[in-house]
Design a protein around this ligand. Structure first.
Ligand code: UVW
Length: 327
């Protein structure tokens, strides 16, 4: 479906059980249920247009070090990294090491896939698959995004952290500090960017910067055992704005993109992942990108990402190998 054919937020159908606006069925084709959600908006035309963002050909990695989050929130597994020395193996005389990595994919830069989150009230995942049937169904596996060529398009960085510092707005990333749509609109104006349908919205909150600048003790207090983080506010206005801009995906440098704890009824995970099929990128390293965009005073770029290619199964989310090419 082309973005011009999409209904406005007000005209989206209402999902029967949750009572909320929902995109299920919009991207179905020839009677086949859609598996990739708003990634459908990354059409060849949108990608070709996005490639025009490349001016100088310099790229910035958005992939935070896998080993960085030492003690993740919610007792999620941190990186366990093993080296395999082939010299120790019987019958081989290579000089060679392999790596084995074991990690909860939510503990680092990742996309929340459509199998990660069902609606809190109904247990329904994108396009109506129930939690209890999901793993047997084979639907909504992260590999579907790989099959269509990964996630590639025009990224736009709305740099809240940079803007707030400039405007002398004090905020604590380890609190339920809400980034509102009025803030995001003010930032877009300040950066002189015009949002386009099919854009990948990238919001730098300052969460990851805080992490890098604080001790293990404070990280443990406010993240491992934390209860509140900075993020985008959940509200009717937020839903309307995110949908009506027809973003293909959203990304943050924080744990959940949205503020935590979420506002009752307005969990963006519920609405974006379950009701719209919109990927949420989390814990992306936006520090280098912010620096480069600031230097050039140019806040849009060509963004490529290769989600972890593992077929359905029990996978909740994808590691991300993402780069932005702002120059
Ligand atoms: C939160 O924990 C807020 O989100 P996720 O499960 O996507 O990390």
């Amino acid at each position: 479906m082309h973005t011009t054919d999409l209904p406005t937020y007000q005209n989206l159908p209402t999902e029967d059980q949750s009572g909320y606006k929902c995109s299920w069925g919009l991207f179905d084709k020839d009677g086949v249920k859609d598996e990739v959600g708003t990634v459908n908006l990354l059409t060849p035309e949108v990608v070709a247009e996005a490639a025009k963002e490349v001016k100088l050909g310099k790229s910035v990695s958005l992939n935070w070090g896998l080993e960085k989050m030492h003690k993740p929130f919610g007792a999620r597994l941190a990186l366990n990294h093993k080296f395999i020395d082939w010299r120790q193996k019987e019958g081989f005389d290579f000089y060679c090491y392999d790596d084995e990595v074991n990690v909860n994919t939510q503990s680092g830069s990742q996309w929340d896939g459509l199998r990660h989150w069902g609606h809190s009230k109904t247990g329904l995942y994108y396009n109506g698959v129930h939690h209890d049937k999901l793993l047997q169904s084979g639907h909504l596996g992260i590999e579907q995004w790989s099959k269509r060529g990964g996630i590639v398009g025009r990224g736009v960085l709305l740099d809240y952290c940079h803007w707030a510092e400039k405007a002398k707005i004090e905020f604590n990333p380890m609190s339920g500090h809400k980034i509102t749509i009025a803030d995001l609109e003010a930032i877009a104006k300040d950066e002189a960017v015009t949002l386009q349908p099919g854009d990948i919205l990238v919001v730098r909150t300052g969460f990851l910067k805080w992490y890098e600048e604080h001790s293990e003790e404070l990280r443990e207090k406010y993240i491992t055992n934390g209860k509140a983080w900075i993020g985008v506010e959940g509200s009717e206005r937020t839903l309307e704005w995110l949908w009506n801009n027809h973003f293909a995906a959203v990304v943050g440098d924080n744990i959940g993109f949205e503020v935590w704890p979420p506002t009752a009824g307005y969990s963006l995970h519920d609405h974006l992942l379950s009701l719209w099929g919109m990927p949420i990128g989390e814990l992306w390293d936006l520090e280098g990108l912010s620096e480069q965009c600031g230097k050039q005073n140019r806040w849009s770029f060509f963004l490529t990402s290769a989600p972890l290619n593992v077929t359905g199964g029990y996978l909740k989310a994808a590691l991300v190998d993402a780069n932005a090419t702002p120059y």
